[in-house]
Design a protein around this ligand. Sequence first.
Ligand code: ADP
Ligand code: MG
Length: 248
Amino acid sequence: MDKILELKNISYAYDKINAIENINLDILDNDFLAIIGPNGGGKSTLLKIILNLLKPKSGKVIKHIKNDMIGYVPQNTNLNTDFPITALEVVLMGHIGGKKQFFGYSKEQIACAMGSLEQVSMKEFANNKISDLSGGQRQRVFIARALCANPKLMLLDEPTASIDVKGQRDIYELLKKLNETITVVVVSHDISVLLNYAKNVAHINKNLVYHHLKNNDKKEYQNNEHLCEVELLSALGKTELCCNHTHI
Ligand code: ADP
Ligand code: MG
């Protein structure tokens, strides 16, 4: 399978404390990669390095796609939901670098934004205030915003945190559909849900351990609702276990 992105010996430190160390990772075209690991393990830092939002202290990022082909749904997009803005306006904000006309957005931009909302089944909520949407609906709007860039690679940082189980499944089903044409990388703690969807798993706790998920692994663990990261990793044969785990 073709690689669309390669991380070579990446390290990053905020001040003097290393957030990630010597990370090597290939992201394959059409992968559905789950990134798991304890809080503070360096997951968000890694995504920001891929996005060029942070510059690695050492190592190299090799991209086989252009930067503007990467869509991003940041962590904690549920903050600031009181802001009086409609779902359509949130999606339109995804046209970064796109020409904004003096009196608003162009017809093409609005049509594109409506198309993105349709892709996430939120078209009929286009003119609703985001404060009136459920957490899951709001997250789908943020996914639509990232889709405006027409990405080849979509990075999502804990998109299902603080969303109910039904809303989580809706989001993963949506990501599964998007994965037919887009490579998906998702940071998540929802291990048992994730196992139904992920093709590969990367565990990050400063260092990275990569697991290819075989179908047998999935069958065995996907019905275990209380599976936690520690159990999953020990089941997959990782010997050095992480701390700080919580049952979901
Ligand atoms: P995760 O997303 O896995 O929870 P992060 O990548 O956010 O982890 O954080 C990795 C480490 O870097 C943590 O120890 C965190 O406290 C630290 N860190 C993250 N962001 C900053 C920042 N802006 N300034 C200083 N330290 C940070
Ligand atoms: Mg994070």
